[in-house]
Write a protein that binds this ligand. Structure first.
Ligand SMILES: O=C(O)CCC(=O)C(=O)O
Ligand SMILES: [Fe+2]
Length: 275
């Protein structure tokens, strides 16, 4: 831990380190048909959580993604976040936290992403959801493979019957479902492999579901084919499945043809961490 470690990072790191043996057992070893994950509760002291919740961006300041695959608000610009929220985002995206997560998951080295590509604050409203999907596999430059996603759940007083739970499947068509409950002040780490399908069940409660997303990456020397984000329908929805498969095939084709170079990127305009 260096001199410049933010105090909030020290708090999160301490929580991870004090529960490492339990979390290591929960994450477990590679097993066919299983997505490895762990959940850590009571992450932040009450006053830090309250300050962050009170300073959340308003919905007009966020970007709406609403289609048949997902419905959510995301904040793509770190510099628009109020201090207490930015502090939380930055405290999580630190090498000390990546190292603690590496110690739990057994991954040899995990790196942070100064661009916070696809990361930051997400807000889902009643009725919002994310269909089963595989996240895309790399950082923005496609130099480093994503190893884990870290989800920090913040909304207070969440009840089980409010929905918004994370569902994991090793293979969305065959594997057994592994539910991970959305709970206030809970941190969830999940491996991001070619088979770690996951979804967020529709929000049925009366309040927004707030989450901070952080990704950790393997060092660039570890090569792996690029995978784009891929959605699947909920089991039994065959028409929607065909639609999603068609859309994925088109997107993959456009990607191979190099279309990405001509598309605007909503993430690179974020200031680097510490800048
Ligand atoms: O919010 C969650 O629990 C998961 C979010 C997710 O899977 C994503 O943003 O790709
Ligand atoms: Fe995801």
């Amino acid at each position: 831990m260096s001199e410049s470690t933010p105090p909030l990072t020290r708090i999160i790191e301490a929580r991870l380190l004090e529960e490492t043996p339990r979390l290591r057992a929960e994450f477990g070893a590679l097993r066919p048909g299983h997505v490895r994950s762990f959940a850590l509760d009571d992450l932040f002291p009450r006053e830090i959580l309250d300050a962050a919740l009170a300073a959340m961006p308003t919905l007009p300041g966020m970007l709406r993604r609403a289609n048949s695959k997902e419905r959510k608000f995301v904040c793509a610009r770190l510099d628009t976040l109020a201090g207490p929220v930015r502090d939380v985002v930055l405290a999580l995206n630190r090498p000390e936290i990546a190292a603690a997560v590496a110690g739990i998951t057994g991954m040899s080295a995990l790196e942070t992403d100064p661009q916070l590509y696809n990361g930051g604050v997400t807000c889902m409203l009643p009725g919002d959801f994310m269909c089963p999907h595989l996240d895309n596999s790399h950082d923005y430059a496609r130099k480093r493979r994503r190893e884990v996603v870290m989800l920090t759940y913040l909304s207070p007083h969440w009840r089980e019957d409010y929905g918004g739970h994370l569902m994991l499947w090793q293979d969305h068509r065959k594997g057994a479902l592994q539910p991970v409950a959305y709970r206030s002040n809970r941190l969830v780490v999940m491996e991001t492999t070619d088979a770690s399908w996951h979804a967020v069940t529709p929000i049925t409660g009366p309040m927004p579901r707030i989450n901070v997303t952080t990704y950790f990456y393997a060092p660039p020397a570890i090569r792996h084919p690029v995978r784009l984000t891929r959605f699947a329908a909920w089991p039994g929805q065959s028409v929607r499945q065909a639609m999603f498969d068609g859309e994925f095939a088109l997107r993959s084709l456009a990607n191979r043809a190099g279309a990405r170079r001509f598309l605007p990127n909503r993430h690179v305009d974020k200031p680097a961490v510490g800048a």
